[in-house]
Write a protein that binds this ligand. Structure first.
Ligand SMILES: CC(C)(COP(=O)(O)OP(=O)(O)OC[C@H]1O[C@@H](n2cnc3c(N)ncnc32)[C@H](O)[C@@H]1OP(=O)(O)O)[C@@H](O)C(=O)NCCC(=O)NCCS
Length: 152
């Protein structure tokens, strides 16, 4: 599935944070890979210890996709932490990592959206340099959605 291992994209300082995170929460390993064409990447944390599900479960992750038509702009999406591991700082660590990776991959700007009622995500973004550019009502779902950006 994730054949393209890219640990080398991550600097030692971030690897140290991730390794500590994995050890502390007894997670198994992390993988940066792609099952699409570059420059779109998926980052995943895996756990053999997750009591909620079968072994080898993906417990957290995010994806980075280049904005069609603009090689300077990257969209972060599908950020999540499995519910049993939320509230322990993993989402905050992953936010730091996605910013680092997008910068390291050469992007100038990173975009993401969240639903306005998503308090944990709003905290992560507001505490880590993201700006809210726009708030709108998604006509498809009726959700109030915020569009955020970070300069890299
Ligand atoms: C959003 C998400 C990734 C956050 O992951 P997480 O590992 O729980 O994040 P953290 O543990 O780093 O917590 C982030 C902040 O939210 C706070 N928080 C956690 N749960 C909360 C809750 N239920 N209500 C309010 N704040 C909460 C934490 O205290 C922390 O704030 P702090 O830094 O001031 O202490 C996770 O909740 C998730 O996967 N949600 C479902 C998918 C989703 O919404 N993805 C984002 C799409 S934009």
């Amino acid at each position: 599935m994730f054949q393209d291992y890219r640990r080398s994209l991550i600097p030692q300082s971030v690897q140290d944070v991730l390794d500590r995170t994995l050890k502390y929460w007894r997670l198994d390993r992390y993988v940066i890979g792609t099952n699409k064409k570059e420059p779109n990447y998926r980052f995943r944390l895996w756990s053999p210890y997750n009591p909620e599900a079968v072994p080898e479960t993906i417990v957290a992750g995010f994806s980075l996709s280049q904005m069609p038509g603009c090689c300077g702009l990257c969209v972060s999406h599908d950020a999540y932490v499995i519910s049993s591991l939320r509230g322990r700082g993993i989402g905050t660590a992953l936010n730091e990592l996605r910013i680092y990776l997008a910068r390291n991959m050469g992007y100038t700007c990173l975009l993401c959206t969240d639903v306005d009622s998503n308090e944990p995500q709003k905290k992560i973004l507001s505490k880590n340099g993201w700006k809210t550019n726009m708030t709108f009502c998604n006509k498809r779902t009726g959700n109030i959605v915020n569009l955020h950006s970070a300069l890299l």
